[in-house]
Ligand binder design. Structure first.
Ligand code: LAG
Ligand code: CA
Length: 523
């Protein structure tokens, strides 16, 4: 009897290891599978971008910079990071006011592109100082007064919750300190209080009702999983003007877990997704040629990463591309050749829910390994308003905006991912070193050469006979390939020659860019 009971319990435990929580399902329109982070963009530019580019090219959704009122810092002059210092939950920032926000949400949803909001709810401004925020609300970081919400000193963690001595976080091996003390001196909300939970949920619900489809939760590691669950439990389902009734928002939590701290990402994955920070670090190693690409054969959970349904993956984000939040070492647009390869691999591979970064340029200034200019805000006009992104004829951006999401090699792989979704990796090939290839079922095939010799090989693609357009060197338009053509024979084989000195040593083909059939960017 006892053995039976124990077995029964064990089976139950095994079965309860299900992946993907209540808020883990991406809320994309059908056939779309990738987020683009339009870091610091103006609302009106995002709306235009949804209509003219993101909709037609198959992106699922935009992660937008925090829309709520923030502190104004003029020394240094309007750094990007002030957007992570909330003053109130009024929608009013340099990116736009509530009207422009509503307009953006409506126009993007109409063309099947969703909006995910970067939610900064762990803290308010830095301690000390006072002033007026971007929406005209007063704030005082000394007396802890934020009348725009309103929050007062009762709503913040104090020395009764935080025992670090000076109130700041120092010891990342103490979960209590990480969650109840101040992150880089930012005044820490007491989320154990119902009042605070209600105010935060009220802010998120306001945006859900307008039509947003999900949230990136900033600094989630610095909040108790139970508190977050309690806030998420108060959220409305999505606006039925755009979504089936009963749809839950998609939530991914920023938990920087490199595997050597007391807090682990797994504390958060039973209810929503987490950002996978190890992912970009490991791929940087491979695509800089420091770890042979052949090892990517079992890329995914086998590399010590969380379950595929529990993560959002990315090559770089707005923090680690400039040495903040989890540090540097990742590939960025500054290292464009390896960056494109890593992004192409990410989008071709089934692991995780993918996010593409879209940045602006800044003049890096390294002194003793540290970039002294990593505070630079977005391109701006002389009155400090954010500059619009102008467009060049090849779709790329100007005015200081990098727009990685509009690089042909990247947006064509966003479509590749849509077209092959639901298939597994087959027909793996490698040269025993740094050149690899694989198919996604019988729908797509990619060859990547990180090696220092050419790939010159006849490979099994798994695809049906015909002529395919390589979507890295060009694309499929008006029935023609603007780049290289790849001929797949009746036996599924095709010949690939990829020079190791090419700027883009990659070939990718899929059934949505096969000559003679309909062009497809979604399914
Ligand atoms: C994050 N993770 O949990 C981001 O990875 C991190 O980049 C965010 O900080 C943080 N959450 C808070 O949302 C960013 C900048 C910081 C900046 C902070 C507040 O990385 O450098 O701090 O936003 O604007 C700045 C100064 C600090 C100062 C603080 C308060 O850099 O020196 O103590 O403001 O005044
Ligand atoms: Ca906290």
């Amino acid at each position: 009897m006892r053995t039976f009971f124990l077995t029964f319990v064990c089976v139950l435990v095994l079965h309860s290891t299900v992946y993907g929580g209540q808020w883990s399902n991406p809320t994309c329109a059908p056939g779309r599978h990738t987020i683009v982070h339009l870091f610091e963009w103006k609302r009106s530019d995002i709306a235009d971008e949804c209509e003219t580019f993101l909709g037609p090219y198959g992106y699922c959704e935009v992660q937008i910079s925090p829309p709520n009122e923030n502190r104004i810092v003029t020394s240094p002059n309007r750094p990007w990071w002030v957007r992570y210092q909330p003053v109130s939950y009024k929608i009013s920032t340099r990116s736009g006011d509530e009207n422009s926000f509503r307009n953006m949400v409506e126009r993007c949803n109409k063309v099947n592109v969703r909006i995910y909001v970067d939610a900064v709810v762990n803290h308010m401004t830095g301690s000390g100082g006072s002033g007026t925020g971007t929406g005209g609300s007063h704030w005082d970081g000394g007396s802890l007064s934020y009348p725009g919400v309103p929050f007062s000193s009762w709503d913040f963690n104090s020395f009764s919750e935080c025992h670090s001595g000076d109130g700041n976080i120092h010891n990342y091996n103490d979960p209590n300190e990480v969650r109840n003390c101040r992150l880089v001196s930012l005044v820490d909300l007491r989320m154990s209080k119902d009042y605070v939970r209600d105010k935060v949920a009220g802010y998120l619900n306001h945006m859900i009702d307008i039509g947003v489809a999900g949230f990136r939760v900033d600094a989630a590691k610095h909040m108790w999983p139970g508190d977050l669950r309690a806030v998420f439990g108060r959220l409305h389902t999505l606006n039925t003007k755009y979504f089936p009734s009963g749809t839950q928002p998609f939530i991914f939590q920023e938990v920087i877990d490199m595997g050597h701290e007391a807090i682990s990402a797994s504390e958060y994955t039973s209810f929503a997704r987490v950002t996978n920070f190890i992912y970009g670090i490991k791929l940087a190693d491979v695509f800089r040629g420091n770890n042979p690409a052949k090892y990517l054969r079992n890329w995914g959970e086998a590399w010590g990463m969380p379950n595929t349904n529990d993560v959002v993956v990315f090559i770089d984000n707005h923090d680690n591309q400039r040495g903040h939040g989890g540090g540097g070492g990742v590939l960025t647009h500054f290292e464009h050749r390896a960056y494109k390869m890593a992004t192409e691999f990410m989008l071709a591979h089934p692991y995780g829910f993918t996010r593409v970064m879209s940045s602006y340029d800044w003049p890096r200034n390294f002194q003793n390994g540290e970039d002294k200019n990593n505070w630079y805000g977005p391109p701006h006009n002389s009155d400090m308003s954010i500059k619009g992104r102008s467009l060049r004829s090849d779709k790329s951006c100007d005015n200081g905006w990098t727009c990685e999401h509009k690089w042909r090699q990247i947006y064509n792989m966003v479509a590749f991912r849509n077209v092959v979704m639901g298939t597994t990796i087959n027909n793996w090939w490698d040269n025993g070193n740094k050149a690899i290839a694989f198919s996604r079922g019988n729908k797509g095939f990619i060859v990547i050469n990180v090696d220092n010799s050419d790939v010159n090989a006849n490979l099994q693609t798994g695809l049906s006979q015909g002529t395919y357009c390589d979507v890295i060197s060009g694309e499929y338009v008006n029935g023609k390939c603007t780049g290289t053509e790849i001929h797949v024979g009746g036996d599924g084989h095709a010949h690939f020659h990829i020079s190791h000195t090419s700027e883009d040593p990659v070939v990718a083909i899929h059934i949505g860019a096969k000559k003679g059939s309909a062009r497809k960017v979604t399914t």
